[in-house]
Design a protein around this ligand. Sequence first.
Ligand SMILES: Cc1cc2nc3c(=O)[nH]c(=O)nc-3n(C[C@H](O)[C@H](O)[C@H](O)COP(=O)(O)O)c2cc1C
Length: 194
Amino acid sequence: MRIIVGITGASGVVYGLELVRALKKHASAYVYLIVTRWAWYIMRLEADRRLVDEVFSLVDEYYPEDELDAPISSGSSKFDAVVVCPCSIRMLSDIVHARADNLVARCCLVALKEGRKVILVVRETPLSENMLELLHRASRLGVHIVPACPGFYHRPVDIRDQVRFIVGKVLDILGIEHDLYRPWRMMSGHGSDQ
Ligand SMILES: Cc1cc2nc3c(=O)[nH]c(=O)nc-3n(C[C@H](O)[C@H](O)[C@H](O)COP(=O)(O)O)c2cc1C
């Protein structure tokens, strides 16, 4: 499996970092990583440097957002899916409006025209009407929207549990088996492991 991960400048870059880890651990996926300029800014604010270094050591190919002539910029590149995680509203807007002047948006547009999966882990709150319209239009284009809204029914004990819940939802859409969260009714007090 060949997956493009785009990390954009929304809060929650740790979702993208954890996603790369999970793709390697659970699918031995070939991972292309693109990090936007604003994602680098947020990464310096939010992420532990050791985690960033570890994740970069796992990535197979890295591209900056302005490398529009990268191999993955073309439909002839046989990647399976693009996950933008986290996805800024700005990037969502580029994708909906088919603006391909950065590599993350370009790869999403290529995936859509080639009938491949696009998953956007959008993070913003609260959402205004025009943001909701963008999400609606993206959904109608066939984009999978996974809002960065962790559940609590799996009883997370720390932030990593909450991050892993969202990453698990992305892996579900990609059809990858994982143990990132326990499904409802396999929880203590609700079923088989009681
Ligand atoms: C500290 C900080 C947090 C931000 N958090 C978000 C966010 O959660 N969601 C969002 O859509 N934009 C957020 N932004 C705004 C984006 O960074 C901005 O729209 C930027 O242009 C996104 O660029 P990119 O899509 O090329 O990565 C944040 C900006 C800063 C400085």
